[in-house]
Design a protein around this ligand. Structure first.
Ligand SMILES: Cc1cc2nc3c(=O)[nH]c(=O)nc-3n(C[C@H](O)[C@H](O)[C@H](O)COP(=O)(O)OP(=O)(O)OC[C@H]3O[C@@H](n4cnc5c(N)ncnc54)[C@H](O)[C@@H]3O)c2cc1C
Length: 415
């Protein structure tokens, strides 16, 4: 193939696209290989919230107990499909072993550093390159119906200060006045004013436009089927359309990373964490900013162009069925909190697989033993939020520049 790029990027989700953008900004040529359409997989139907407030890791003291309780409830937000799967069992054990204060704090600090930087970079990116993606520095609110849950969450707020997360507690009276979309009788809310939101499909489309306008190549409908190697070096990849080469290669396969990279003998500790969303036309009485219906773990995001309910974390392997019970649970939850829980026209029912690591940190950086292979994957529940920070960090690492965020906690050889 003529014109081999400086960097070949495998996977055109929000992560591959953001890496391409920042590498182009650094003067490198790039080519993205995407088997479908750029941004059309996990990066498509997610909730679009930009949330440094999610720095506290999932693996926290008490999570295992909560998860066990949820497993007895068929439509709970967390579900592990019972089946003999030693890889999943090992992943869950490693996750459970991290449910202690020391690991929680350490991972939280590492997550917070990249989340805050990425949140700032996204706003700058959207403004400077005029990305038309309905970005709003809106903040996000957690809504509580249960007074006990609300009071418990308020007591835990001081722990968030160490992660640099600003919060505002809103009592029931103020909340009723300030958010007319809610049913009466909510216990209260916690607002995270540093959060934001955007329309994720538009964000990916605009990133792709930017990449192309800066001279990057995005090949869609081209599947990576294998790797071309020499000892310690990746020469390129095999595709249905012939080989593709690059001086450096970034693997940004998202949830498909373990299966693809197994061919290189790499064990990538990612499990697909399945989530669902339903998109509607916008209801008349939509929440003023994204809200999380806390007791049900459902996220509600409204844009000028639409409205989405999204949630659930299902560990059922790469099961690609749409589970009706889980989709219905989204609407039931919304109905408990909102006066107009769904929009007039249902536009899309969707699922995606979050690329989940057991320490809740992405895997970013050089692959040990390979001179020119880089990983940008494992972004879990936060790939949109972490996109710009990831792109900037990979560009810094590949160009041999110092990065604003310490890359150590995300290195590929930590497992
Ligand atoms: C219900 C739900 C809600 C979410 N809400 C949020 C949110 O509010 N905020 C947030 O920050 N994050 C959210 N997320 C997480 C976010 O969607 C992901 O972390 C993010 O999209 C991952 O991006 P990615 O580029 O790594 O993966 P993907 O978008 O899946 O990109 C990987 C790409 O690789 C391609 N690919 C795979 N194999 C091959 C191959 N062999 N050859 C060529 N191409 C290949 C795929 O087609 C795909 O396009 C949510 C996720 C879910 C499921």
């Amino acid at each position: 193939m003529q014109n081999d790029p400086d960097v070949l990027i495998l996977g055109g989700g929000v992560i591959g696209l953001a890496c391409a953008h920042y590498l182009l900004q650094a003067g490198r040529s790039v080519r993205i290989i995407e088997r479908g359409q750029a941004g059309a997989a996990t990066s498509h139907g997610n909730c679009g919230t930009i949330t440094p407030s999610h720095a506290p890791p999932l693996a926290a003291p008490g999570t295992v107990l909560k998860a066990l309780k949820w497993m007895a409830t068929p439509d709970a937000p967390l579900y592990v499909k019972p089946r003999p799967d030693p890889v999943l069992a090992y992943w869950l054990l490693r996750f459970a072993a991290r449910c202690n204060h020391r690991d929680w704090r350490q991972a939280g600090l590492a997550k917070a550093a990249l989340l805050h930087q990425s949140r700032a970079l996204i706003e700058e990116l959207v403004q400077r390159f005029e990305l038309d993606c309905e970005f709003q520095a809106s903040g996000v609110r957690y809504i509580y119906r249960d007074m006990g849950e609300f009071e418990r969450a308020c007591r835990e707020l001081p722990a968030l200060a160490e992660f640099g997360i600003a919060t505002r507690v809103i009592n029931s009276v103020e909340l009723a006045r300030d958010e007319p979309a809610l049913r009466p009788g909510m216990a209260g809310a916690i607002e995270y004013p540093g959060d934001a939101h955007l329309r994720p499909d538009r964000y990916s489309a605009e990133l792709a436009r930017q990449v192309r306008e800066q001279g990057g190549v995005i090949e869609e409908g081209v599947e990576v089927t294998g790797f071309i190697t020499e000892p310690g070096r990746l020469i390129g990849v095999k595709t249905g359309d012939g080989p593709r080469r690059g001086r450096d290669v970034i693997a940004a396969f998202g949830p498909w990373s373990p299966t693809m990279l197994r061919q290189l003998g790499l064990k990538i500790p990612i499990q697909p964490g399945k989530g669902y969303s339903i998109t509607y036309s916008r209801p008349t009485l939509a929440p003023r900013m994204p809200i999380v219906l806390k007791e049900r773990s459902v996220c509600v995001t409204a844009w000028g162009s639409g409205y989405r309910l999204g949630s659930t974390m299902e560990f059922s392997g790469y099961d690609d069925s749409l589970n009706r019970r889980r989709l219905d649970a989204l609407e039931r939850a919304a109905n408990e909190y909102l006066l107009e829980p769904v929009g007039p026209v249902k536009q899309e029912e969707w699922f995606g697989w979050r690329p989940m690591t057991w320490d809740d940190l992405p895997i970013l950086g050089a692959v040990p033993g390979w001179k020119n292979l880089w990983l940008a994957t494992g972004h879990g529940m936060l790939g949109v939020t972490l996109s710009a920070g990831t792109g900037q960090l990979l560009a810094d690492l590949i160009c041999g520049r110092n990065s604003a965020v310490d890359p150590q906690p995300y290195r590929a050889d930590r497992f």
